[in-house]
Every structure is written in C-alpha cells, then in structure tokens.
Design a protein around this ligand. Structure first.
Ligand SMILES: Cc1ncc(COP(=O)(O)O)c(C=O)c1O
Length: 400
C-alpha cells in the first residue's frame, strides 16, 4: 500500500465516536447532535422532483465536462453572484462540475502538485477542513499550517510565513467563509495572497462551499474570482474556486458542486479526471441546474440559520464571550476551559448534546494547538433543538 496512508490522521468524527463511546447520557433528555456539518433542512421539493423525473437518464454515461446547460447555468450564477465580466468565463475550459467539493478539493491537489520539484509545500489554515491535509500528504507534498486564531482575527497571517517557504509553495488552500471559524477573507487579505501567488507562482485553491450561508443579506461574502478580477487578474491566473450545493441548497447527498477559474489549471484537472473518472450522473446534473437557477430557497435557508443564531446568541452571550460569525452555520465557541475534549465529554454525559472538540480540527504547531479551548457547534438541528441545546450549554457552563 501507499506508505503515505499511514500519515493520514483519524477523521475528527472517528475520534469523537471514540471519545463518547462509553458515556451514557441522560435518557430523559432528547439527544441533540451539533457536531456534524450536515444540513438537516429538507431539500426543496422542486429539486427532488427534477431528480426523480430524470432518473431514467442513468442508462447513459455522463460526460466528464457535464451538460452545456449545467455549465452555462453555473456561469450565469457566478457572474451575477460575484459581478464578474460576462465575457470572462469560458464554459468549455473554465468550469467543471464535480461530485461535491470534497472530492474536487482532494483530486485537484493530486493533479496539481509537481513532485519533480523539490520539497513541494501546500499551505492551509489551522484549524481547517481535514481533506486539505490528506490531499497534500497523498500528493507527496508537505502540509504547512497557518494558525488562524483570535490574535489574527481568525485569518491566516501570510506575513508570518518564512520567505524561503514561498519558493517551494505550490498551493495555498483558503476557506472563506471559514469552517470552523465563520470568518470571511477581507479584500485586503485576498490582495496580499494574490500578490504573493503571482510573484511566487503558486495556486490559490479557494474553498467557498459556505459562500451562501451568511448573516448580512446586504453584504454577501466576496470571493476569489471577484477579487482577482478587480485586481486586474482577469484570466484568474493561479486561481481556482470550489463551490457546492450541499449547504446552499441542503442537498449534501446529491454530491454536486463545481470548480472554476484558471484555464490552464482546469485543462490539467480535466485531463486528470478523464482517468480518475468522476463524471456527474445525469439526474444529478438536471437537479443541479434547478438549484443554481433558484435563489428563493437559498434565501429561505439563510433566514432559517439567522433565526437560530439570534436565539442561540441571546441564550449564550450572557455566559460566554461570543462573536457572531459573519457566515457559515458554525459557532466557534471559546469555552471556559482549555480541555475541549473534556468539555465535549461532560456536555454529552450531563446534557446529551454533542459538539466537536476544536482540537480535532487543528494540528499542533510549535507548542500550540489553535483549536484547543474551542468547540465547534453546528446549528444544523431544528430551531427548537438549537434553542434547547443552547440552554443546556448555558446551564453546563454555569455549573462549571
Ligand atoms: C470547508 C468544507 N469544504 C468542503 C466540504 C465538502 O462539502 P461537499 O463535498 O458536500 O461539497 C465541507 C463539508 O462539510 C466543508 O466543511
């Protein structure tokens, strides 16, 4: 077997299962699981109907590029959402459907890391979505972690990266809006990174899968392609964005997303995929077209999360230093103790609420683990359960 497999860390949910394995929570309290980033709203009926109406298409192999209608719909969505030049994205070469952003975040790195160069580095935030690290390791690159903490406003501080690293850096993953912190990259932060990318010629892989879950309706998160265009990088050189319907349209099981950006990178990625072989099933493509065309269900979705945040904030802010996230459905909760595993265990044992220890989403660098002393709370349960869970967390904190 590939020896790099040994270097992969157990996934956070495996660790959480082990952590809570022998604990028996009070059965008179209903279990509330806020550990997983899986939306529990029902997908809109129009999406399910469209999928069902097209099930007969499974008799055909889908092409890797996906139907033109899908790519054109995605292009229109991108242009409207990020105010891009309508001429700027070529649907033949700059947009590819993928089976969820996760597989693309992984496979893109396999296609892009150039192992003929010495010591390839892949930079990523810390805490982070675990796929970035695994993708770098399996591509024979070394992951480099950039702490995102309260001190740097939870955004990577590129000025702290030793200058020698930039020469070997082949790719930087960014996640905006960020899982788990809910932070959105500022324009200035994007400019800094774009400048470095053009100077040292590395790829920016921007995970934007939470772009549509945000608090301020008048202020949607900006994205990499938009800033690249405003920066004068109208070909999106070195830029690639990863988008998904999973959170936007509550269809994590549909496995539908896309990548867009730099033509040269996507040409290579397309070639890789002809062998990797992950084309999107045709009923999925049809349902995806409907999703990208409609914003009403996305608006309703955001409203639902806003209500939850408002209620939960009111319950928890008297007992915790709490910052409302700009986007995503996560609360990155600074807890009163450093031991986030113990916090999660006791919260489960006493109150039957499951949250994810922050240290499971981060790596120790130097002698510090940026996720320690935090837990990630995903407001994915019903409003009623989110309120109940917040009250239980408050009672738990007050009893500490
Ligand atoms: C930051 C981040 N990126 C990517 C994904 C993958 O989502 P999907 O493969 O459903 O598009 C997730 C899923 O939770 C995530 O949290």
């Amino acid at each position: 077997m590939n020896p790099n497999l040994e270097a992969l860390k157990p996934y956070p949910f495996e660790r959480l299962n082990t952590l809570l394995d022998r604990i028996h929570p009070p059965t008179q309290l209903n279990p509330i699981d806020l550990s997983i980033g899986e939306p529990t709203y029902l997908a809109s009926s129009f999406v399910r109907n469209k999928f069902q109406a097209n099930v007969h298409l499974i008799q055909n192999y889908p092409t890797l590029r996906g139907n033109l209608e899908l790519r054109e719909t995605i292009k229109s969505w991108l242009i409207k959402r990020y105010k891009l030049d309508p001429e700027s994205l070529n649907v033949e070469t700059q947009i590819l459907p993928v089976n969820g952003s996760r597989e693309a975040l992984f496979s893109f790195t396999q296609a892009c890391v150039d192992v003929s160069k010495k010591d390839p580095l892949v930079l990523m935030p810390n805490p982070f979505y675990q796929v970035y690290e695994g993708a770098a390791i399996l591509a024979n690159a070394t992951p480099v972690f950039l702490a995102t903490t309260a001190e740097n406003n939870f955004l990577p501080d590129f000025s702290q990266v030793p200058s020698s690293f930039w020469d070997d850096c082949q790719m930087v993953y960014i996640c905006s809006p960020g899982n788990p912190t809910g932070k959105v990259f500022t324009r200035q932060k994007y400019y800094e990174l774009l400048t470095l990318s053009l100077k040292h010629n590395f790829i920016i892989a921007a995970d934007e899968c939470y772009s549509e879950i945000y608090q301020d309706e008048a202020n949607p998160p900006i994205g990499l392609l938009q800033v690249a265009q405003d920066f004068g990088n109208t070909d999106y050189k070195n830029c690639i964005v990863f988008h998904s319907l999973s959170k936007r349209s509550n269809v994590p099981g549909l496995r539908s997303g896309f990548v867009a950006g730099d033509e040269e990178l996507l040409t290579g990625f397309y070639k890789y995929r002809t062998y990797h072989g992950s084309s999107m099933p045709l009923p999925t493509q049809q349902a995806s077209i409907e999703c990208w065309k409609d914003e009403d269900h996305v608006l309703a979705n955001r409203d639902g999360y806003r209500k939850k945040f408002k209620e939960v904030y009111e319950i928890l802010s008297p007992v915790l230093e709490l910052e409302m996230p700009e986007a995503t459905f996560y609360l990155w909760l600074k807890i009163p103790i450093e031991d986030d595993e113990k916090f999660a265990q006791e919260l489960f044992r006493l109150h039957n609420v499951i949250v994810l220890p922050g240290s499971y989403l981060s790596r120790v660098t130097g002698n510090r683990c940026p996720g320690s002393g935090y837990v990630r709370v995903a407001l994915v349960a019903s409003l009623e359960d989110c309120i109940k869970a917040a009250k239980r967390i408050r009672a738990f904190i007050q009893s500490m």
